[in-house]
Design a protein around this ligand. Structure first.
Ligand code: GRF
Length: 189
């Protein structure tokens, strides 16, 4: 069966992109990496791997117009599914609707806990015994769609948000390639 053509959207360093590239990719093929930050380090990771990139600052456009631009790039590359990996933009309702059921995100918490930012600090503050990461289908609500995979780590008494983030990130890199591969197998043509 043909591999699913996947685009990765990111705004930052791209370590999750790297993990998706390093995996076997028997089930998916990353055909485009797009970013709203023109100098995002993740774009360099894509280029080094020979993957097409698209970068455009969102600042000159309103949200819907920017998302239409990204959507055009995705369609032009024959993208069938989207993996968000540190994409720090709220998506317009129209974009989310256009990719309904075909877009996943990685979030650094055990969803439904701690949607939004500062997840690790909030988990420590709450006195939780565990933290982790989740892969979920993207719907209109922020970090709100159905969870398809999760991994957890213990929170140590001495953890700071940074030490906890580093422990969770290791699990993110294990989880995302596996979850993406499983998920794309469930998609119709
Ligand atoms: C990750 O922690 C991911 O869970 C969150 O943003 C971060 C992206 O990191 N959504 P990277 O750019 O993949 O290194």
């Amino acid at each position: 069966m043909a591999r699913t053509r996947v685009a990765v959207l990111l705004s930052g360093r791209g370590t999750n992109l790297q993990s998706l590239i390093d995996a076997h990719q028997d089930d998916y093929e990353i055909v485009l990496v797009a970013s709203n930050i023109v100098d995002a380090p993740g774009l360099g990771i894509a280029k080094a791997a020979g993957i097409a990139t698209f970068a455009q600052s969102h600042k000159a456009l309103d949200r819907a117009a920017f998302d239409t631009l990204i959507d055009g790039q995705l369609r032009a590359h024959g993208v069938e599914a989207i993996a968000l990996a540190g994409y720090m933009r709220i998506l317009s309702d129209g974009f989310v609707a256009g990719w309904a059921g075909r877009m996943v995100n990685i979030h650094p918490s055990l969803l439904p806990l701690y949607k939004g930012l500062d997840t690790h600090a909030r988990a420590i503050e709450a006195g939780d015994a565990q933290a982790g990461c989740s892969i979920h289908i993207v719907t209109a609500g922020l970090d709100d769609g159905p969870v398809i995979a999760r991994a957890s780590v213990p929170i140590m008494p001495w953890d700071t948000p940074d030490t906890l983030a580093a422990r969770v990130l290791i699990e993110e890199h294990r989880l995302y390639p596996r979850a993406l591969a499983q998920w794309v197998r469930t998609l119709g043509a």
